[in-house]
Design a protein around this ligand. Structure first.
Ligand SMILES: Nc1ncnc2c1ncn2[C@@H]1O[C@H](COP(=O)(O)OP(=O)(O)OP(=O)(O)O)[C@@H](O)[C@H]1O
Length: 445
């Protein structure tokens, strides 16, 4: 039940409004001045405040700012005197949802109130999701309470406060970057920069100049001096993702930096000092890469002083439900599409899937099924077909529906999700707009 706080010193009007609003099924709280109003606000956390302008100890227009400061999710509707539009306009500038003139009939007040309540609830969900879904924050953002996951978090917490290099290993999508950020945030360098570089994203020469920087004219195209990522990370943390992809001669240069705390920019002769913590990550088997001559053993020993292996989802199926619920909340807030129920069949299919892409894959699957979901329920049929039927079916006749029927159903749901916006539906479906129009006609949608 949504709560509405009415702040008004006129007892009669306050009582009348309370009755009207109470009859609509809202819980009403009353206050006769600003001081009690703010106290009630803090105690009861209402969705909406209806606030008079002239109050014995203050002004409603200013109260809007104070209310929004104390409870940013709460929406305020100002009760202005007849004909006093400037007050209402100023209130909206201060962040009020809207204003109504005293004496307006119920037909206006109730729908407005209902819209304000909806808005306040959206604010709440959105803010809760920003807090919950913000990966790359601290250890609190790391989800997973299985034993292997707790062991990995405990190790990471222990090393966070030191300046030791850390090597994070684990399959793709297991959260290596999430851990790297959490270690940085929990360490002494938390107020300095966290610089992440994906070693596989650059050609060899480019990676060197990205990392070390270069001087003007160092090579064709180097028009200006350029600061390298190591310099950017000075005082903070350098996260070297996919370190296994780093070319061998660059590995030698990196080792020198780690040992001397100095590096030489491309095109320069004198060294530059740097003070940074290094966290590296890989999904490769580095000892095997060493044996194959692709990775330097000395760098491996330098980086792996403290090694943390992140468990794959397959090693901890008991965490799957927790991730599913977490990402459902995150996307419900992002899409402003609340989900009240996750059907057991949905979770059961998630538990059966091999999750080669680990948490990243699971997150994407939940996001996709949230698009498909309707009536606040996440059902097995909202999952991608390959999850609904285990491994890709070798024989189409095993499918309960023909592919045409599945395509029709899928397009219809996507159109429902986009509120009939065909351009957006075509984008999400990954097809051209003309194709979408053709299919709509073909299927009589
Ligand atoms: N423990 C976790 N709790 C919540 N979200 C997580 C967790 N681990 C990973 N994620 C989410 O999964 C996705 C992949 O995580 P991340 O990029 O850290 O994986 P990775 O191991 O670095 O992947 P890659 O090896 O492909 O670089 C991100 O969206 C991240 O937010």
């Amino acid at each position: 039940m949504a709560k509405i706080l009415i702040i008004d010193d006129e007892t009669q009007l306050r009582g009348l409004l309370s009755r009207i609003i109470g009859l609509e099924g809202y819980e009403v709280i009353q206050a006769e001045n600003c001081t009690t109003g703010l106290r009630q606000l803090e105690r009861t956390h209402p969705e909406v405040v209806l606030c008079d302008v002239k109050l014995p100890d203050g002004n409603g227009v200013e109260m809007v700012t104070r209310i929004k400061q104390a409870e940013p999710d709460c929406e305020v509707i100002l009760l202005t005197a007849y004909g006093n539009i400037p007050d209402g306009v100023q209130a909206i500038k201060n962040g009020a949802f809207d204003y109504i003139t005293k004496g307006d009939d119920n037909n206006k007040i109730i729908p407005l109130l209902s819209r304000a309540v909806d808005k306040a609830r959206t604010n709440r969900r959105r803010n809760a999701a920003t807090a919950a879904g913000s990966t790359g924050q601290g250890f609190d953002a790391i989800i997973g309470s299985s034993k292997p996951m707790r062991a990995a978090v405990e190790l990471a917490r222990k090393v966070a406060g030191t300046d030791t290099s850390v090597l994070l290993t684990g399959e793709t999508g297991t959260g290596k970057e999430v851990f790297a950020q959490a270690i940085h945030r929990a360490g002494k360098r938390k107020d300095r920069t966290f610089v992440a570089v994906n070693c596989s994203a650059f050609a060899k020469d480019l990676l060197e100049s990205e990392l070390f920087g270069h001087t003007a004219g160092a090579f064709t195209g180097a028009a200006k001096n350029k600061k390298g990522l190591m310099e950017e990370a000075d005082g903070g943390t350098l996260f070297l993702d996919e370190i296994g992809e780093m070319p061998v001669d660059l590995q030698a240069k990196l080792l020198r930096v780690l040992e001397s705390g100095e590096f030489i920019k491309v095109g320069e002769t004198k060294p530059t000092k740097v003070n940074m913590r290094v966290i590296a990550a890989t999904n490769r088997d580095l000892p095997a890469e060493i044996a194959a001559g692709n990775f330097r053993e000395d760098l491996y020993y330098r980086l792996s002083v403290f090694q943390i292996k992140l468990p794959s989802l397959g090693e901890r199926p008991s965490d799957i439900d927790e991730y599913a619920r977490h990402f459902t909340n995150v996307f419900a807030a992002k899409m402003d599409k609340p989900v009240e129920t996750i059907e057991p069949g949905y979770l059961e299919l998630l538990r059966r899937h091999p999750w080669r892409g680990n948490i990243r894959e699971l997150r994407n699957v939940v996001e996709r099924s949230m698009i498909m979901a309707s009536d606040g329920v996440l059902r097995a049929e909202d999952l991608p077909v390959e999850l609904q039927h285990g491994a890709p079916a070798s024989d189409d006749s095993t499918l309960p529906l023909s592919l045409r029927a599945i395509e029709k159903q899928h397009i219809a749901r996507m159109l429902g999700h986009t509120g009939g916006n065909k351009t957006e539906a075509a984008r999400l479906l990954g097809i051209g707009l003309t194709t979408l129009y053709r299919k709509i006609e073909e299927y009589g949608l």
